[in-house]
Design a protein around this ligand. Structure first.
Ligand code: GUN
Ligand code: ZN
Length: 446
């Protein structure tokens, strides 16, 4: 077995598939991608024949693509994946999730986070935007695991000063302590390893946070130049609770707007049930939406009108939202998203002439996810000068019978990855051209 290259510089021969910043899709059937000493993409193009560099690793018939960006996941919830389908959000949180998060102390995080990051790499995800639990020490342990593993990670300690599972502390001390601990974590981790690790201030959602918590966390995020993430308009019961707690707000988004929390470094998960005013305000503010269709089906939350949001100009990427979503793989999330859009089209609530194609789903999971993070100049596509966050995928595993048709066009290859995914089809994943630890199938070509 030929081992995959572990570190830069290296050159790979493979089929190259990628969204491109100009809106097109790169498809080079027999391609060469070279990464330089610093882990940046130096060349992308057709196999140059006699001009090829002396040392090349031949991955054919594998496909090299950009690594995927998961904009929304909950690390402590991963062991619950697949449990509790069909419950409404607030019951599910209470029954399944809060007990699990409460138990996510440093020792649990030290045990689970390294396997979680290996599992993300195995699913083709090279950037994760994650919620930890309420605890500073286990958030710190999750960062340390990401630092060691090599994945690109944006993580935050969850903040809750209204409905909370932090019952060992006096109510009036929660706010101050949560702000101080989040501030300390951001000072320690935001920007670590040249920006591979970043901090996201993470008030859970308006149901569990006071106006003061929302406002002060947004001020701290601005102070650090860090991200601010929360949930928005996911479920009917949640929306009713927000109206009850914030009777003066115009709508759900207005609660966050009032806190000064909207902007280009803000990531809002779900955002399913929005008014036209909220859509317009999201666009104006430059805030991003983490679309989590697998979760939205699993918890019966609703169907986000993706086409309308994109036409309005909201930056949208994809999130697994495990454990709201049952699977870590963004390819599964794309399939759930495609099914959701098909149902909306069939019921006359989306325009079929704007249907989201397989290459659009891959773009959402890579370049658009990077754009939502303001990182589309650095990652998200196979373009010269970008950091080499790559995956190698074996499309042979996605065919119904042995034997592949190498003439499939890019949309058809992507269609198979989305609609017929195989658990081992991602064979390698690199961040800045450093091979990430994953399952044994990552060991090489053979
Ligand atoms: N809203 C507030 N907390 C959560 C959570 O943990 N998961 C989901 N899906 N929605 C939430
Ligand atoms: Zn979530």
């Amino acid at each position: 077995m030929t081992p995959f290259p572990a570190a830069p510089p290296f050159a790979l021969r493979a089929r190259l598939l990628s969204p491109v910043t100009d809106g097109t899709t790169l498809d080079v059937m027999d391609g060469l991608i070279e990464v330089d000493q610093r882990g940046r993409i130096a060349t992308v193009g057709a196999w140059p024949g006699a001009e090829a560099p002396a040392s090349v690793i031949d991955l054919r018939p594998m496909v090299v693509m950009p690594g995927l960006v998961d904009l929304h996941v909950h690390l402590p919830q991963i062991p619950n994946a697949g449990l509790g389908s069909g419950l409404d959000l607030l019951t599910w949180l209470d029954r399944y999730i809060f007990p699990l998060e409460r138990a996510y102390d440093r020792s649990v995080a030290e045990l689970q986070a390294p396997s979680a990051f290996r599992a993300f790499a195995a699913a083709g995800t090279t950037t994760v935007v994650a919620y930890a639990a309420l605890w500073e020490d286990s958030t710190d342990a999750a960062f340390a695991a990401a630092e060691e593993h090599g994945i690109r990670a944006i993580i935050g300690k969850v903040m809750m000063d209204r409905i909370t599972y932090d019952t060992d502390i006096a109510r009036n001390e929660i706010l101050e302590r949560s702000l101080r601990q989040s501030d300390d974590l951001a000072s320690r981790w935001h920007g670590r390893d040249d920006g591979r690790l970043r901090y996201a201030f993470t008030p859970r959602f308006a149901v569990s946070c006071t106006a003061e918590m929302l406002r002060e966390s947004a001020a701290l995020a601005a102070h650090h130049g860090a991200y601010w993430q929360t949930h928005l308009s996911e479920d009917a019961g949640e929306i009713t609770e927000v109206r009850r707690h914030f009777p003066d707000a115009r709508d759900y988004l207005d609660v966050y707007d009032h806190a000064g929390a909207l902007g280009a470094r803000t990531i809002l998960a779900h955002a399913i049930h929005l008014s036209d005013r909220e859509v317009a305000r999201l666009v104006d503010s430059g805030s991003s939406v983490a679309h989590c269709p697998a979760s939205n089906l699993f918890l019966s939350s609703g169907m986000m009108p993706l086409g309308a949001y994109r036409a309005a100009g909201i930056p949208v990427g994809l999130g697994s939202d495990v454990a709201g979503g049952p699977e870590l793989s963004l390819f599964s999330v794309m399939r759930a998203g495609a099914v959701t859009q098909r149902v909306l089209e069939l019921s006359g609530r989306a325009d079929p002439s704007n249907a989201t194609r397989p290459s659009d789903w891959i773009r959402l999971a890579s370049l658009e996810g990077a754009r939502a993070l303001g990182m589309d100049g650095e990652i998200g596509s196979l373009e010269v000068g970008k950091e080499a966050d790559l995956i190698a995928v074996d499309p042979r595993l996605t065919t119904p019978l042995p034997g592949d048709d190498p003439r499939l066009d890019a949309d058809d290859v992507f269609s198979r990855l989305i609609f017929r995914p195989h658990p081992n089809m991602v064979r390698g994943a690199w961040v800045r051209a450093r091979l990430l630890a994953g399952p044994p199938s990552f060991d090489g070509i053979g």
